[in-house]
Design a protein around this ligand. Structure first.
Ligand code: ADP
Ligand code: 5GP
Length: 231
């Protein structure tokens, strides 16, 4: 692929969609891969914008035709990234962002180790529960059992945080957006000639560096502990 490939994963309700939409208003030329899913549209979601909504039979036909770069079963529904997303981004030499779960991220990393992976953590289980409940209310109500299932899954997904290059905590939204933007800017600027590096890129590099997994131990320890996990 000619451009950069960014992978973003987070437990459901952590604020990933919110962050992605803010990131895309901050940086140019970043394509978002619209996944395929067998789940029903939620709230104001539109076909072709958040997802391509499809039937199980059609999804399985696409699997058989090897049309997916990766696919996984999440909460009992199929989700997948079409190879076409990658082909399209490569043809236009654009960077591509995948919002996929930990299983899908592992599949992509195996085939494309150069992919830049970012994991987003909610600050603690109480805040995650609140965000899931608020969202479900705003969207006309998802069953409590669905929210409970997503909370239980969160801990399992968070266990995979150490497989990612960068780890962010989405506590204060503005801060998380700033960090995510810095990561994209810093990764893009890696190939830039040192003589052309400006103050903005230096700032982004410094911020992105703080978000590298290896530099995040102290920041992550209390968050992981709140989910009953140790480092
Ligand atoms: P995800 O895409 O990870 O499932 P969403 O982006 O839909 O999560 O966010 C879940 C809910 O949390 C939404 O109601 C959103 O407005 C809210 N939210 C996201 N980030 C923050 C934040 N940093 N502080 C407070 N609320 C947030
Ligand atoms: P939601 O139903 O809340 O939109 O997404 C549920 C989960 O599915 C999230 O963790 C999201 O990242 C993941 N997901 C969305 N699209 C894909 C995809 O194409 N592949 C994989 N593996 N996971 C996806």
């Amino acid at each position: 692929m000619a451009g950069l490939l960014f992978i973003l994963s987070a437990p459901s309700g952590s604020g990933k969609s919110t962050l992605v939409s803010q990131l895309r208003s901050m940086v140019q030329d970043l394509d978002f891969s619209v996944s395929w899913t067998t789940r029903a549209p939620r709230g104001s979601e539109q076909e072709g914008r958040e997802y391509h909504f499809t039937s199980r039979a059609d999804f399985e036909r696409m699997i058989a035709a090897d049309e997916f770069l990766e696919h996984a079963d999440v909460f009992g529904n199929h989700y997948g990234t079409a190879r076409a997303s990658l082909t399209m981004a490569a043809a236009h030499k654009r960077d591509l962002l995948l919002d996929i779960d930990v299983q899908g991220a592992a599949q992509v990393r195996r085939n494309m180790p150069e992919a830049i992976s970012i994991f987003i953590l909610p600050p603690n289980p109480e805040v995650l529960a609140m965000r899931l409940m608020n969202r479900s209310r705003a969207e006309g109500g998802v069953a409590d059992s669905v929210v409970k299932k997503r909370l239980a899954m969160a801990r399992q997904e968070i266990e995979n945080y150490h497989e990612y290059r960068y780890v962010l905590v989405n506590d204060i939204l503005e801060k998380a957006v700033e960090e995510l933007t810095a990561i994209v800017v810093a990764e893009r600027g890696k190939t830039q000639k040192e003589s052309t590096v400006d103050a903005e890129l230096l700032r982004s590099r410094a911020l992105a560096k703080q978000c590298l997994l290896e530099n995040s131990t102290e920041r992550l320890r209390p968050v992981l502990a709140s989910f009953g996990l140790s480092m």
